[in-house]
Structure formats: structure tokens, C-alpha cells
Design a protein around this ligand. Structure first.
Ligand code: V47
Length: 623
């Protein structure tokens, strides 16, 4: 894609970005040093679109800073005070519960570290919120706090996290990372944990199935090189665990810290560069957050076209930044966030703590399955009035049901359920014999799975039903299914796990430790029925005007015919992100049939017959 660069030094970096090649520290410095801000923004926006399409996420959240009393004295922090200070405060669990309302989807808890709170008080906060507000996901305690609990209460980091998870902790916030530089740590926060412990805590969380966020505090005494090293360390950790959800650059608020004069905020240019560069450097991070509280609403809104795909949320009452002089409001109304995102030309997507969409606030939204096998539909998709929302099949079905998505490649089960409202387009995602991306990783052979527990992906219903059909109808075996959340998971407790999409493809190539046997569900089906398997069908809302349906039919058909002869080219970038070579991408995509023909319709009928027979029996879920 040609961009009109004013700074020729950016051209080799743009080549790398388009190829999906990693940027180096030197590339990062060239980006920081450029005056060609617009080209930098366009490059970051290119990556943002690859990752999130037109979506920008926000969450109805409430920040809880349970106390400002802290045993540490970090120089950059204007929030913390010592016990006995007239400004000191401590919230009881009841105080905290009283600030929450039923519509809140995320409670973000972080605070000072007082010397005299017992361990049970921290666990009780999480448990009480989880019990009283089951729809609110708890994102609590930074790595600094977790390490403090570990040392003070003589529990291992793993045990601290295990107990919090058991109490209802869903994810961890990204705070406390500051800048991963010993030089800066000694200058500004020498009592606080450094990079080693911060990563140890986050990696332990990932291992236990707790995804986490990450931050970087910039705009104080750090160098540009230190910022980039910070990003590279995060990128390496993400390669290892895949457990980071988002990166949040936190613009330093000087306040009365004495580190910088009160009005020496970071410049908007520095903020936008940092957002864009983090999007480009952190190629393995799904999201980049423009935290409006520290950036201001105005900079955050521009950032939505500079690589950021997340606005955090309504926030409620915030003090860490405001005590240090932040001029943004303490909370934003939902309508205001929606307006900012719409004004940036994006789809406002209300999300939960895992970035699963709950509601979208835009017309003409088309769902896009975010896996390699769907690339041919979208590579040449001419958008016109349509907006693209990447979303896993199961969620796509739910949003369609709520009337928030007008078309997409729906999971077959969702299509069956919503058939009355939908009209088929002549496209599908069907296998010929094998699929390679709907896989059962198992400790046991099929027959030995009787009575065992299988962890199942919550990303689609079709593969789960196919598994059930194979177990019960082909092998005459009954197992119990337990829903796992997508992303990091502790798989070891299951006898087998069902994975789909890119994760299955990746694990199929590299294996899943502890699971010796790997079964391809489409191959199992094919060997049994000698039929293709239809995982998804394209459909549009019946209620749409005829011309819109025709338009979509043409756009998808065009994209497919352009893509079909060039699978290696069109899939290369996506394939690289999941570790597949050009050849592997080509071979994988050639294994699909994207046109809905009579054989596919017959396979759909056969599958429907089998699931109807089973559904009249039992659905073996344990949630
Ligand atoms: O770790 C402290 C920072 C962080 C100042 O995970 C300051 O979704 C600017 O981590 N100026 C806590 N920043 C906040 C945090 C956070 C915020 C929003 C979302 C998420 C998330 C996490 O605030 C601390 C520290 O780096 N901080 N003082 C200051 N003067």
C-alpha cells in the first residue's frame, strides 16, 4: 500500500510493517526522531486495522483506589501519603460496594500499600464484589501489590494469585511497570519492584489463566531508548506467554512531584508518537489503550487513528492522576465516549474485561472471524458504508441476535438458531477433508474419554457440537464439557481440550504440552461420513434492503475471486503472526471450500439431523 512519506528514512520500516517483520530498537528510534508524524500515524493505523478492524473498545468501569496510605515513597507519585496524614483515607469493603452500580462491567482496583491491613481484607474486597455484582469483572492489584502481599503475608506469588482467582479475580491491571530501567528505578522508585519481579508476577498470572495488562510511565527522566527497551521486554514476554491483553502508555503528570515543573506535561506529539510506536513495536499485543485520564480526551480521540483501539472506560472517580494535576474529568459519560469514538470514524464497542464485545453502537457492522481461514473474504473487501468488527464466531452470533451485526460468516449453529432472521449468501467456511484448526488435544484416546472432562473453547458452538456428535454418535462415549475462557488458560486440569482458530493451528504445529494425542475434528467427520464439514455460513439480515444484500454478495464474491489464486500472498502477514510459513499458509487455505454448494448443503443437513437427535438427550455442560 503506497503511503506518501515525507521522511524517506521511514520507507524501510514501512516495508517491514507490511511484511509483518519485527521492528528493532533502531527502527523505534528512527520513528521517535521523525517529524513525519502523519506517516507514523498511518503506519500504526495500518496495524491497528489488521488487529481490530474498525473497532474501538471501551468498558463501563469503576476505578477503586481503596486507600492512599502507602509504605513506599515513589518520587513520581502524588497520590500516596503516610498513615496519620490528614489526607489519608481507607475504604471498607462496604464503602467500596456502595460506589458500584449494576451496569458496571469492570471494577479496577489498585491503591496504596498500608502496613496494617490483613491479607483477608484484600481477598474479601474481591470476593464481595464478585458475589454482589456477578456481572462486574474484577481487575485488581498491580504486580507491586501482589509482590507486597507475597512478602508481607509469606505466601508464594502463585498462592497469592490462586487465592485471589478463587475469590473472583479475572485479570490484573498493568500498573507498577513504570520504566524497565534500573537507572530510572534508582532515581524515582528505588523501594519498588524492578522489571524482574514485575515479569515474574505477570508470567505467574498467565500460567494460572489470569490475563494481564501492561503499562509504561513516560515523560519524566527516561530516555527514548529506555522506552523502547521497555516495549521490547514486553514483546519478548508476550512471545513466551501470550497473556497480555493490552499496553497502556501512561503520560506522566508532574503535579507537585518536583520531577518536572507543574505545567510540563508531555506534548500531544510525544503522546501520539508513543501510542503509534507502541502499536508498531508490540506486534504481538492485541490492544493498545489510549488512557484518556492521563492523555486528555482530545489527544485520546486523535490516538484512535494513531494505533490505539481502546479508550479504557467511564472510570468513575480517579485520584492517582488527578492528585498529580491531571486536567481531564474524573469520569466520562458513556455517551461521551461513544461520541468520541464515532467522531474518529470507528465502531464504539462496549466490552468486558477480556475484550469480548457486549454491545456495538454503529450501523452497517459486518462481523469478521479473526482467524487466518477468514482472510480470503476480507482481503479485497471494498468497505463502502460497511464497518468491520473482528469477533469470534460465538460472540458474532450473540450480537446478530441482538440486532447489532447485519452480516457475517456465522457459526453454523448460530445460523440454525437464527435461521428465521437470516438469509444465506452463497459463501461458507467448509473443509474438504481435514481442517487443522479445530482440534482436540487429548491425554486419552476417543474411547477412553468416557466420563472424562473436556475443556472447551467458548469461541464457537459449532465445533463443540461437532465434538459432541463425534463422541456420542461415532464413538458412543459421553464426556463432561467445561467452558474455558479464550486466551491464557490452565489446561493441565483437563483430560482433553478443544481449541479452534489460530490458537489450534499454532498448537497443531507446535504441540500442547501434556497432551500427547491430537485429533482433527473435520478429519474425524470426513472419515466417518465422507462429507465436507461446514463450520460457518455467510448470511445477512433478512430485513436489510435488497440492494444492500446484493452489494454484499458482490463484495464478498469479488474478494474471494481476487484471493483464491493468491492464498500465499494474501495470508502471509496473518500467517507470520502465528508462526506459519508461506507454504503452510497456502496449504492451509487451499484446504477450505469457501463456496456453498450442494455437497455442503447436504453436509449441513446431516449435521443438523445428528445434533437434533442428541439435543433431545442431554447437553453435557458443566460451567
Ligand atoms: O503504576 C503514578 C502511574 C499507575 C503518576 O491496567 C502516574 O487497565 C502519571 O496502572 N503521572 C497506576 N502516572 C495506574 C494504572 C492503570 C491505569 C489505567 C488502566 C490500567 C489498566 C492501569 O499510575 C502506576 C504509575 O505508573 N502513576 N503516578 C503520575 N504522577
Amino acid at each position: 500500500m503506497p503511503l506518501n512519506f515525507r521522511d524517506a528514512l521511514l520507507l524501510p520500516i514501512w516495508d517491514k510493517v507490511q511484511q509483518g517483520d519485527r521492528l528493532s530498537l533502531e527502527d523505534g528510534l528512527a520513528l521517535y526522531n521523525t517529524n513525519d508524524i502523519i506517516s507514523l500515524g498511518k503506519m500504526a493505523h495500518f496495524v491497528q486495522q489488521q488487529k481490530s478492524g474498525d473497532a474501538v473498545y471501551f468498558v463501563l468501569n469503576q476505578k477503586i483506589e481503596h486507600t492512599n496510605i502507602c509504605i513506599l515513597s515513589c518520587k513520581f507519585c502524588d497520590f500516596a501519603v503516610k498513615k496519620g496524614n490528614p489526607d489519608a483515607y481507607e475504604m471498607t469493603t462496604e464503602d467500596i460496594l456502595a460506589t458500584l452500580t449494576p451496569e458496571i462491567a469492570e471494577v479496577h482496583i489498585t491503591g496504596g500499600m498500608p502496613a496494617d491491613w490483613p491479607w483477608e481484607r484484600y481477598v474479601d474486597i474481591v470476593r464481595s464484589i464478585h458475589e454482589k455484582f456477578p456481572h462486574a469483572d474484577v481487575k485488581a492489584y498491580t504486580a507491586v501489590e501482589i509482590d507486597f502481599f507475597h512478602k508481607k503475608f509469606k505466601l508464594s506469588i502463585e498462592e497469592v494469585l490462586r487465592q485471589l482467582k478463587e475469590a473472583g479475580l479475572r485479570t490484573m491491571p498493568g500498573g507498577g511497570a513504570e520504566v524497565f530501567s534500573e537507572r530510572v528505578r534508582k532515581l524515582l522508585f528505588n523501594q519498588k519492584i524492578g522489571a524482574k519481579t514485575w515479569f515474574e508476577v505477570h508470567k505467574t498470572a498467565h500460567r494460572l489463566g489470569i490475563p494481564t495488562n501492561s503499562t509504561m510511565l513516560y515523560g519524566h527522566v527516561e530516555t527514548l531508548e529506555e522506552r523502547l527497551i521497555h516495549m521490547i521486554k514486553l514483546r519478548e514476554a508476550q512471545d513466551e506467554t501470550g497473556g497480555f491483553l493490552t499496553f497502556i502508555p501512561l503520560a506522566f503528570q508532574p503535579g507537585d512531584t518536583g520531577i518536572k515543573p507543574r505545567n510540563h506535561f508531555t506534548s500531544a506529539i510525544d503522546d501520539l508518537k508513543t501510542i503509534a510506536i507502541s502499536r508498531l513495536m508490540l506486534d504481538n499485543f492485541p490492544h493498545i489503550k489510549a488512557y484518556w485520564v492521563m492523555l486528555t480526551e482530545e489527544v485520546a480521540s486523535v490516538a484512535l487513528n494513531f494505533g490505539a483501539d481502546d479508550m479504557d472506560g467511564t472510570v468513575g472517580y480517579e485520584r492517582i492522576a488527578h492528585d498529580a494535576g491531571a486536567t481531564s474529568p474524573m469520569k466520562l459519560a458513556k455517551d461521551q465516549i461513544i461520541k468520541i469514538i464515532k467522531d474518529a470514524g470507528k465502531i464504539p464497542v462496549e466490552r468486558d474485561v477480556y475484550y469480548d464485545p457486549l454491545n456495538v453502537y454503529s450501523d452497517y457492522v459486518i462481523g469478521k472471524i479473526p482467524y487466518l481461514n477468514s482472510v480470503p473474504f476480507y482481503h479485497h473487501f471494498e468497505k463502502l458504508q460497511f464497518k468491520i468488527l473482528p469477533i469470534v464466531p460465538r460472540r458474532m452470533g450473540l450480537l446478530e441476535e441482538q440486532g447489532q451485526i447485519i452480516a457475517g460468516p456465522f457459526s453454523l449453529m448460530d445460523y440454525f438458531r437464527q435461521e428465521e432472521q437470516l438469509e444465506l449468501l452463497p459463501f461458507c467456511i467448509a473443509t474438504r477433508d481435514q481442517v487443522k484448526s479445530v482440534m482436540l488435544f487429548s491425554k486419552e484416546g476417543w474411547l477412553d474419554l468416557n466420563g472424562k472432562t473436556i475443556g472447551i473453547t467458548d469461541e464457537t458452538a459449532t465445533s463443540v457440537h461437532l465434538l459432541q456428535v463425534l463422541l456420542e454418535k461415532k464413538y458412543d462415549v459421553k464426556a463432561t464439557f467445561e467452558r474455558m475462557h479464550a486466551g491464557v488458560n490452565d489446561y493441565s486440569k483437563y483430560d482433553a481440550v478443544l481449541l479452534i482458530g489460530d490458537e489450534a493451528l499454532h498448537r497443531n504445529k507446535h504441540g500442547l504440552a501434556g497432551f500427547e494425542l491430537v485429533f482433527d475434528l473435520a478429519k474425524e467427520w470426513y472419515d466417518w461420513k465422507k462429507m465436507p464439514f461446514v463450520f460457518a455460513v455467510w448470511a445477512v439480515k433478512k430485513s436489510l434492503p435488497e440492494e444492500t444484500k446484493i452489494e454484499l454478495d458482490e463484495i464478498i464474491g469479488h474478494s474471494l475471486s481476487q484471493s483464491e489464486p493468491r492464498y500465499a500472498d494474501i495470508g502471509e502477514l496473518h500467517g507470520k503472526q502465528i508462526g506459519l510459513s508461506r507454504n503452510e499458509v497456502e496449504e492451509y487455505l487451499t484446504g477450505f471450500n469457501y463456496r456453498l454448494g450442494e455437497r455442503e448443503r447436504e453436509a449441513m443437513r446431516e449435521f443438523r439431523k445428528l445434533i437434533t437427535e442428541i439435543e433431545s438427550n442431554t447437553v453435557p455442560y458443566r460451567s
